[in-house]
Design a protein around this ligand. Structure first.
Ligand SMILES: [Zn+2]
Length: 465
């Protein structure tokens, strides 16, 4: 049973690396999985083992890139050869010698970019489009996380090889999804996860809207904290569960019942406790904040990023610049909130919270770009459908960024925010082989990134149209 499963997994991996063998592999896997022992089965086993071990012997892939975007230098190189050994980039340059036995992928008519990074996603909340978070209570944690499997796949196939996931309704579902991807059980981007929202009772990250006598399961209020010491305790619990960063809610939220995005929630002391405690374990803090005062409280506390930053004022922009704080402004998703208002799937109080905020956030994004604040790409994926994050690029360009700046926000800048610039974010020797490619020139038309035709994560091809 275990051998048959291993062969099937082997087939699956091989199928992605050797598209011409695809049909034969599928047929063989079907034969091998049958109970009867016969000659055809042995022949197929031999064929499969050859295919499985062939990449281990060769392990070298060469990509011919017609154009190659280098976000580190803000330049585009032409006619580059990228040599990939196993999961890492070994060499990049013009006219490099192609090693013997290398598998060659010809992208000479395409533009190759580093794998894209979305710094604000919620992949582990289950199926997209259920509107009111209260529907989460109709499912078990297992159902929610299993419903999230397609979210991860579509995210990767749309060109996002890494995500920074910043909170989940049911605590630790994101850890489960991340670990399943890392084991190779399911397909998805490299995930960095928060584990839970650290929030005040009844605040932006709480599950609200129930009658007061309803007792929630533990995982719906795992991150609730109401003093600096309670915040520290939650950080310690989450660190113990293996999270990658901490998410705090500094102000109210749009998509939470009984919460006001214009109100401050955590106090400066509580935010400082989160940043200080997280730093003991080498973790960074992302702070959700709409209200201007909550944004400034978070920046002064030393968070790595402010999420949304909707109502940021001039003082907040100056502070972000001074502290080197990233803003992650999800300026596209108001399109989806407004569309949901028309089809009736968005609760009325959420729409009231959202009124006018979308337009203000976009104008403040423009101000932040002009001021030279650090900006990382993040979409709040889950508000809009999974797999559509790249639609935000055109909005970023519409609101003052150059196409190169928009690409940098989702590659080199995003990797810097996550603290992994030495591992991904650009196509350089020693980094993970995370690459995407598009037809045409995304520096002339950044919306081409909405239709990525080639995706490689850690040296494995997941899409090649
Ligand atoms: Zn969010």
């Amino acid at each position: 049973m275990r051998v048959a499963r291993a062969i099937r997994i082997g087939c699956d991996r091989t199928r992605r690396q050797l598209p011409p063998a695809r049909q034969a592999v599928v047929e063989c896997a079907a034969v091998v999985s049958k109970a009867e022992l016969n000659l055809k089965k042995f022949a197929c086993l031999g064929f499969l083992l050859l295919l499985i071990y062939a990449p281990a012997i060769a392990q070298v892939t060469v990509i011919k890139a017609g154009r190659l975007v280098d976000p580190d230098n803000g330049t585009v190189l032409t006619d580059q050869v990228i040599v990939i050994r196993a999961n890492k980039i070994e060499a990049v340059g013009p006219g490099l010698t192609i090693p013997q036995n290398a598998a060659v992928i010809d992208l000479s008519k395409m533009t190759v970019l580093p794998g894209l990074i979305d710094c604000h996603t919620h992949l582990a909340d289950g199926k997209y489009g259920e509107g009111d978070p209260i529907f989460q209570l109709k499912k078990s944690a297992s159902q929610s996380v299993l419903e999230s499997v397609p979210n991860a796949r579509v995210m990767l196939e749309s060109g996002f090889t890494t995500v920074r996931d910043v909170g989940v309704y049911r605590a630790l579902n994101d850890v489960a999804l991340r670990d399943a991807i890392n084991r190779g059980d399911i397909i998805g981007p490299r995930m960095y996860v928060a584990g839970a929202y650290i929030t005040i009772t009844g605040g932006a990250g709480a599950m609200t809207g129930m009658a007061p006598d309803i007792q929630l399961p533990w995982d719906f209020h795992y991150g609730e904290a109401n003093s600096p010491w309670e915040v520290r305790q939650k950080v310690r619990l989450l660190v113990h569960q293996g999270v990658d960063h901490i998410k705090v809610l500094s102000t109210g939220a749009v998509l939470t019942h009984g919460s006001n995005p214009k109100s401050v929630e955590f106090t400066p002391d509580e935010l400082q406790a989160a940043v200080d405690e997280a730093s003991h374990f080498g973790l960074r803090v992302a702070a959700h904040a709409h209200a201007a005062e909550g944004i400034k409280n978070a920046i002064r506390a030393g968070v790595a990023s402010v999420e949304h930053a909707t109502l940021i004022d001039d003082e907040g922009i100056a502070l972000a610049k001074q502290h080197g704080t990233y803003l992650v402004m999800d300026i596209y998703d108001d399109e989806c909130i407004q569309a949901d208002s028309k089809n009736g799937s968005m609760p009325a109080d959420f729409l009231e919270h959202d009124r006018e905020l979308g337009g203000i956030q976009r104008e403040n994004f423009r101000k932040a770009v002009k001021a030279g604040v650090k900006l990382a790409f993040g979409t709040d994926a889950g508000v809009c459908a999974y797999g559509t994050s790249a639609r935000q690029f055109a909005f970023m360009v519409k609101y003052e960024m150059t196409p190169m700046q928009a690409i940098q926000s989702a590659t080199s800048a995003a990797a810097d925010l996550i603290g992994r610039s030495n591992e991904f974010g650009s196509i350089k020797p020693g980094k993970d082989a995370d690459l995407v490619a598009v037809s045409g020139d995304p520096l002339k038309d950044v919306s081409l990134l909405e239709n990525v035709q080639f995706v490689m994560k850690a040296g494995v091809v997941y899409k090649h149209k």
